[in-house]
Design a protein around this ligand. Structure first.
Ligand SMILES: [Zn+2]
Length: 186
């Protein structure tokens, strides 16, 4: 896909960024940390699926590698079109820090963000996005739109994809397959 990087390219991307927090960690350590947090996001996605919501989970981590926000998709149960996993995680972190800006943070999410969530990430000034699987319908980190690296916006977000991709994609596929089966049996 265009406009993003695979996990194997991540070390090169980090080297090219060349700032302190990145160079302190080796690419192998980054890979392990990314996988650790994506597994947590995956658990949140499973929780969403259990509630009949599209299985997407998100975790926001600060520069000390501490979780400061988490969310699972809940627009249906919350009667809230904005209640995507990423928005919930950003809101929790911003409320906790009492700051609407969240610089030096990394957002882990199981599915490539939609335009609304990518826009919120730009507003919040998050530093880095790690997502598991691309969304060919509304993906806004390179698949359909590239809002996180747009020359028209005043903030750029580093993007990494492909972490725990298979598991997160299978969770989504299974969810929609079951939903279709249910509809057909009606
Ligand atoms: Zn979204």
């Amino acid at each position: 896909m265009h406009g993003s990087v695979t996990i194997s390219q991540e070390s090169r991307l980090l080297l090219s960024n060349g700032n302190d927090s990145d160079t302190q960690m080796t690419s192998e350590e980054h890979r392990k940390t990314d996988l650790y947090w994506m597994k947590k996001a995956y658990e949140l996605a499973q929780k969403a699926a259990g509630q009949g919501e599209v299985p997407v989970g998100a975790i926001l981590v600060d520069s000390d590698n501490q979780c400061i926000g988490k969310g699972s998709n809940q627009p249906i149960s919350g009667n809230d079109p904005t209640a995507h996993a990423e928005i919930i995680a950003l809101r929790e972190a911003a409320a906790g820090l009492e700051n609407y800006r969240l610089p030096e943070t990394t957002l882990f999410v199981t599915l490539e963000p939609c335009p609304m969530c990518a826009g919120a990430m730009v507003h919040a000034r998050i530093k880095r996005l790690v997502f598991a699987t691309p969304d060919p319908r509304t993906g806004s980190a390179g698949s359909v739109y590239n809002l996180l690296n747009s020359p028209h916006l005043n903030h750029r977000v580093d993007v990494v994809n492909g972490v725990l991709q298979q598991e997160c994609a299978t969770l989504l596929k299974t969810f929609f397959l079951n939903k279709r089966k249910k509809c057909e049996s009606l």
